[in-house]
Design a protein around this ligand. Structure first.
Ligand code: ZN
Ligand code: MN
Length: 476
């Protein structure tokens, strides 16, 4: 059944773990993958009398995240208790922010001209984790993650398709990774998504009842879950029914969205200012200093690269996807003075050499200056393209200078007329049949003859010059 009459309305809540070494309100480590309950103390175990102390690094990262997302930072924000019972929440409340969040009124550009508004971004702590052991038939609690600093980024309900939801998440992740506030790894749970979705007729302005799909753990699951839940809303509306406001879970294996519980309203959480924590007060100077130190973000960088280096939008996209690759490319493009060729090298040989996808500058085996030198040798005609690939492989293995390696291994291209003529003469002498036919006007043999000279020179001859020299003997 077609749901073309309906428009999808989506708002996303993204929880992002800040990459501090220690937790938000105690000194326990935030490291991932440790034995259960190893990184705990009286504060994050919620023992009576233990008091939270705010991690200043978490504030710095949260402020940077807010500014990176175009938000206004509140100079005085307030931590509040969000009360609910859950086995992995030993305090019986989560420290969060409610009516005075750290950041508000931001926006994220999607690259196609569309912009999605950000309502707010607040700081909060993570809960622990319930570990269900089906075989033993028990559920155990791991509090290593309890108290880990998070920011929750709440978008306006301005997302209009599952594809757009994916684009928004990609943009948010890209910005936060560039801002260096989180690794945004969905596998390790440092980026988690809740999606609010509803359906309404095109042209309608009021919002209809939404449902919330919790804890989506990949971008593709977000898109799949939205499509399924949107179709369900449309069917309910078509049948003249009402969508009930509730919290849903997405089962990726069964590809279904099902009800988890009826949705709480914020008043159910009995928010109130946390008496253990004073309001968070930031000076205008502190906020400005962080703003002034923000990096150039990928969207701006793509535009600049396309202008400065003459590369295409697609190339710019690939080259800016990773911060380290991006600065590597910029160094090579600037030093070689040929952004286009540099783009081909980085997108080809360099990315291939950074195997297993761990694209960090320290893992790029060839120094950018060495690659720039290599590009220069090719454009000067000193090195052939295929020889350049050999030199690149050597550079990756042993480092050093492109020219030194090319000289040592006899890979420099020979463009000297005397040497080239001698090889051409030899080839014509050794292949009298082809030589006669070529001289008689059979021009299609030129490629064969050039190939023979290249072979004789072991690839070191400049093929353009060889072709020119052989061409001079045509028809004679
Ligand atoms: Zn602790
Ligand atoms: Mn939250």
């Amino acid at each position: 059944m077609s749901h073309d009459r309906y428009e999808m309305v989506v708002g996303l809540e993204v929880h992002v773990q800040l990459r501090t070494r220690t937790k938000a309100f105690c000194r326990c480590a935030t490291s991932f993958g440790d034995a259960p309950n190893q990184n705990t103390c009286p504060v994050c175990l919620a023992l009576p009398g233990a008091l939270p102390v705010l991690n200043s690094r978490a504030v710095e990262y949260a402020t940077r995240a807010g500014l990176s997302l175009g938000c206004a930072i509140r100079e005085r924000s307030v931590f509040a208790r969000k009360n609910y019972f859950y086995p992995d929440l030993p305090k019986g409340y989560q420290i969060s922010q409610f009516d005075k969040p750290l950041a508000e009124h931001g926006s994220v550009a999607l690259g196609d001209g569309r912009t999605i508004g950000i309502t707010r971004m607040h700081m909060e702590e993570d809960a622990g984790k319930s570990v269900h052991d089906r075989f033993a038939g028990v559920t155990a609690i791991d509090l290593n993650r309890a108290g880990t600093p998070l920011v929750e980024i709440v978008s306006e309900p301005e997302i209009r398709s599952s594809r757009e939801a994916g684009a928004y998440l990609k943009a948010v992740r890209e910005i936060l990774v560039y801002a260096d506030v989180s690794d945004c790894s969905m596998e390790e749970g440092s980026l988690r998504v809740d999606a609010n979705v509803s359906a309404r007729l095109h042209g309608e302005t009021a919002l209809r009842t939404r449902t919330e799909i919790k804890n989506l753990n990949s971008f593709s699951n977000v898109e799949r879950a939205l499509e399924i839940e949107f179709a369900r809303h449309c069917a309910v509306h078509d049948a003249g029914g009402n969508v009930r406001q509730e919290t849903m879970l997405f089962d990726a294996n069964r590809n279904e969205v099902r009800s988890a519980r009826s949705k709480e309203e914020s008043h159910d959480y009995r928010y109130f200012p946390d008496p253990d924590l004073p309001p968070l007060v930031l000076t205008a100077q502190y906020i400005d200093d962080i703003r002034n130190a923000l990096p150039e973000f990928p969207a701006a960088r793509r535009v600049r690269f396309m202008r400065a280096f003459g590369i295409t939008a697609t190339e710019a996209e690939v080259l800016t996807a990773d911060r380290d690759i991006c600065s590597y490319y910029e160094t090579v493009a600037t030093a070689s003075n040929d952004g286009k060729v540099a783009a081909h090298w980085v997108m080809g040989e360099v990315l291939a050499a950074c195997n297993d996808g761990a694209m960090v500058a320290s893992a790029i085996p060839v120094a950018p200056q060495a690659l720039a030198e290599l590009i220069g040798l090719v454009s000067a005609g000193t090195l052939s393209n295929s020889a350049a690939k050999t030199v690149f492989a050597m550079l990756a293995k042993e480092g050093g200078s492109a020219r030194t390696i090319a000289e040592r291994d006899g890979l420099l291209q020979i463009g000297d007329d005397g040497a080239l003529r001698a090889w051409v003469d030899e080839v014509f002498r050794e292949n009298p049949d082809e030589a006669t036919r070529f001289s008689g006007g059979e021009r299609k043999l030129q490629g064969v003859l050039v190939g023979l000279v290249m072979k004789k020179s072991k690839g070191s001859a400049d093929p353009k010059k060889v072709s020119q020299l052989i061409g001079e003997r045509a028809g004679k």
